[in-house]
Design a protein around this ligand. Structure first.
Ligand code: WTA
Length: 589
């Protein structure tokens, strides 16, 4: 938590003086032409009219994202281009997706899934993943996407908490689903299964082949569930942010004004649907607009990434700072091999984009990535830089029209320019999460400062109204753009037989933003050693997830805790940086 306003640090004014303006042509063809006018006048009600449900009263995201396009002029327009550069190279029109998601819906129905049920998806980034998520939505059930790198503990936590009744997965990934510990989970739908199957397993391909081409969407209200994304906080296990159907209003308009998507776009969102960016802006936003999306499978590979832009003539690219930095560190020779001239707009999300990376992307593409700030819980972009407006390099941006984000002290009072405070949002934007699944108390914590949604980030505003992200106020870690809770990693660490206690922090890192560093106290009889470090890190990799495994481990005699037993991560951070530990009067003896 940051301290009350009286002692809030000021951000030095030379930072503002260092502003470098990104000059834009005066006659830019952006969808949002005049941010200031829109900010004054815009009303979300006008966006509701873009959806058929505003006339019919019948709500379902799949109708708005797929069926209405398939019934109209976009019927044969490509909705999804897919390649994995390993044999699969496919395209799906809106009509194809209508058929595929109908079939998938029917398969789910036959497996007993009903409106409101939760259904896990645990698949690599393939067309089947996109089809499954929308197939689940079609019958009014609630998708719970799991990132394919999750290992058993992470899978158990998420499918257990959501009480998913079915999971769409693959033969390779299913071994990480501990069925015996998941009483609600009755059936697995296996993509790519061959040979014998257990009684509770269905072959996706076989069932899809027998299913009808059309399943009418389950008609819902705007308040019904859309999706649950699990995300991490600084305490406890990951929590499920449930979004409602109405969120589509926010996805649609931000895709139009911040991503600036237009009808002839070839849009590439690099995020996996296991994370919120991969659904809000990999599925719902672009497809409610009827846009052509590119998805590539397989692992990150700089060559493939630039090749993708050339291959599909990508016009709009939405990615993350770690990816830009990884491309940058792979060297300029790679982008020089490819024609990147199709690009006309780039956006960035997930962590602050440092000026070096921004300038590098600008050098190789001619375009500066525009920041978009938001969170799993907010469902949509809230603070952005817009194509039609100059912005200072390094700033996070301005609140999206129709929303109000600002910086306040602990009492909820807005602080003057250049004073650090809590980054907060006035509740009521269209895609604000509906609840934290199974945990009303956690939900309430987001509103601990009266009148505001508290993001957990710190920021300041400048005299022009730009917001500058400064960091987290809590212990949440952002590593390579992925949000990791220290508690989850600590729990995984102490399950290793050699580990008595563990404390975990995010350590600043040039490429990944942060890396996970663990301080580990060993049990009696175990000696610190390099092989043991590797063994412990590998243990987290194989039980939780590779991206959640510590890249650095330091052995300590004791993990610093308060007398009430809370790990003092502030002290760990000071140790890591070789800085004074400050006030430790609350530390246990
Ligand atoms: C951070 C990702 C700086 C922030 C959509 C936030 C950012 C957390 C930005 C949410 C940005 C996201 N600049 N920081 N443009 N965008 N963040 O839930 O700390 O994975 O609270 O959602 O990422 O991460 P999450």
């Amino acid at each position: 938590m940051i301290s009350p306003s009286s002692s809030l640090p000021s951000v030095p004014p030379q930072e503002a003086a260092a502003i470098e303006w990104e000059r834009k042509p005066k006659t830019i063809d952006a969808n949002l032409k005049d941010y200031d006018a829109a900010y004054r006048e815009f009303n979300w009600k006008t966006v509701e009219r873009e959806f058929d449900w505003s006339r019919t009263g019948k709500v379902n995201i799949v109708h708005e994202a797929i069926d209405r396009h398939a019934a109209g002029a976009r019927r044969d327009k490509v909705a999804l281009h897919y390649t994995d550069y390993a044999g699969r190279d496919e395209r799906y029109t809106f009509q194809d997706l209508k058929v595929q998601t109908s079939r998938c819906a029917s398969v789910l129905q036959r497996a007993g899934v009903k409106k409101g049920d939760r259904v896990g998806t645990f698949l690599p980034r393939t067309p089947e993943l996109y089809i499954a998520i929308l197939g689940i939505n079609r019958i009014g059930a609630i998708p719970v996407p799991l990132f394919e790198a999750f290992m058993e503990q992470a899978v158990e936590d998420r499918l257990g908490d959501s009480e998913a009744v079915v999971c769409v997965t693959s033969p390779a990934l299913k071994s990480r689903i501990p069925l015996a510990k998941l009483p609600a989970l009755k059936t697995l739908i296996l993509v790519g299964a061959s040979g014998a199957r257990a009684a509770n397993e269905i072959s996706y391909e076989q069932a899809m082949a027998e299913a009808p081409n059309w399943v009418e969407p389950e008609w819902l209200t705007v308040d019904d569930g859309l999706i649950i994304h699990y995300t991490s906080g600084s305490t406890g296990k990951s929590k499920g942010a449930l979004h409602r159907q109405y969120a589509m209003v926010g996805h649609y308009q931000t895709s139009k004004w911040a991503l600036d998507l237009r009808d002839d776009e070839i849009y590439w969102c690099t995020a996996d649907p296991g994370w919120v960016t991969g659904t809000s802006y990999g599925i719902y936003g672009p497809w409610t607009l009827g846009i052509t999306s590119v998805v590539i499978g397989g692992r990150f590979d700089p060559d493939r990434w630039f090749q993708t832009i050339e291959k599909y003539k990508v016009t709009m690219w939405y990615s993350a700072p770690t990816a830009y930095r990884m491309l940058m560190s792979a060297g300029e020779a790679i982008p020089k091999k490819y024609n990147l001239s199709s690009l006309r707009h780039i956006c960035s999300v997930g962590e602050p984009l440092n000026p070096e990376a921004l300038k590098w992307v600008k050098r190789i593409t001619g375009l500066a990535p525009h920041e978009t700030w938001w969170m799993t819980e907010t469902g949509m972009q809230l603070i952005c830089n817009y194509r039609s407006k100059d912005f200072p390099i390094g700033c996070t941006g301005k609140p999206f029209p129709g929303t109000y984000a600002t910086v306040v002290d602990e009492q909820g009072k807005e602080v003057p320019p250049h004073v650090l405070g809590n980054l907060v949002v006035k509740p009521g934007w269209p895609s604000m999460m509906k609840e934290i699944w199974n945990n009303p108390a956690k939900y309430q914590e987001y509103f601990r400062i009266s009148g505001w949604y508290v993001s957990g980030d710190t920021a300041y505003k400048d005299e022009h109204g730009y917001i500058w992200y400064q960091g987290r106020a809590d212990d949440v870690i952002k590593t390579a753009g992925e949000r990791v809770g220290p508690f989850e990693v600590e729990s995984a660490l102490v399950a290793h037989p050699a580990v008595a206690e563990a404390g975990v922090i995010g350590k600043p890192d040039e490429v990944r933003g942060q890396i996970i560093k663990a301080f580990v106290a060993l049990r009696k009889g175990f000696q610190p050693s390099e092989p043991l470090k590797k063994e412990i890190a590998d243990f987290v990799k194989t039980t939780l997830a590779a991206h959640a495994a510590p890249r650095e481990i330091a052995f300590v005699d004791k993990v610093p805790k308060t007398r009430s037993g809370k790990i003092m991560r502030r002290v760990l951070r000071a140790w890591d940086q070789g800085l004074p530990v400050g006030d430790i009067s609350t530390m246990e003896e």
